[in-house]
Design a protein around this ligand. Structure first.
Ligand code: PCA
Length: 220
């Protein structure tokens, strides 16, 4: 049975929890529609180490689909990331105290990779199910973008990994109450969102993406 790998992150930046791990761990041991099994894992919020962990998981489970989830504290929507860039520029140290500034993730690697998730189908299905969602044009330059780039770099040389990408999620309400004014999303909604992300990714045929003309661009 083909595997879907879903990862979340350890808490960072003095948070007690990371909503990505809180929601991903709900999917432990689940199957998807008798056709796919789900494997979950927590990644360290550490430059370098997190990519090593992810690559080991990809080698072990040989998934057909890999979706990495991370916290984007302050964002209001489920943010389906479009692009991973080949740069680390950390505003705060990671959980091991490292703070790379303007460092290339993969020396000699391309400047960027696009997600291979069916972005617009995901966006449409989330919105059709009343879940606030958007396409994000940047996953930042911290550990999430780092892992996203490492994921797509691996996918580039492993065609069995048909679909791979990154999704940022808002704070849980228990976190947002310590950040007055910050947006949050309930566990129930996050869990529904992750189910829809998996379901839609499985259903949309990689070689014939539905031509969904749904704008999610930005004007600067
Ligand atoms: N969010 C951070 C790293 C880990 C996480 O959950 C980020 O957006 O880079």
């Amino acid at each position: 049975m083909p595997t879907i790998l879903i990862t979340g992150f350890a808490p960072f930046n003095q948070e007690a929890i990371n909503p990505s791990w809180e929601v991903v761990k709900q999917f432990e041991g689940r199957q998807f529609g008798n056709t796919h099994q789900i494997q979950i894992a927590q990644l360290a919020c550490e430059f370098g180490h997190a990519i090593k962990q992810l690559h080991a998981l990809l080698d072990l489970h040989q998934p057909e689909i890999a979706i990495c989830i991370g916290q984007a504290g302050g964002r209001a929507d489920i943010s389906i990331e479009r692009i991973a860039i080949n740069i680390d520029d950390a505003r705060i140290p990671d959980n091991a105290g490292a703070q790379p500034i303007d460092e290339t993730i993969v020396v000699g690697g391309p400047a960027a990779y696009f997600s291979s998730l069916p972005l617009k189908a995901l966006l449409k299905n989330l919105r059709d199910n009343s879940i606030p969602a958007n396409i994000s044009q940047t996953a930042g330059t911290y550990v999430c973008n780092h892992v996203f780039y490492g994921l797509m770099h691996y996918a580039n040389t492993h065609p069995n990994l048909k679909r791979a990408g990154f999704v940022h999620i808002p704070y849980l309400p228990s976190q947002a109450c310590h950040h007055p004014g910050a947006a949050s999303m309930s566990m129930e909604t996050l869990e529904k969102a992750l189910s829809l992300l998996v379901e839609t990714t499985v259903k949309v045929n990689p070689s014939s993406d539905l031509p969904i003309k749904l704008s999610a661009g930005t004007i600067c």
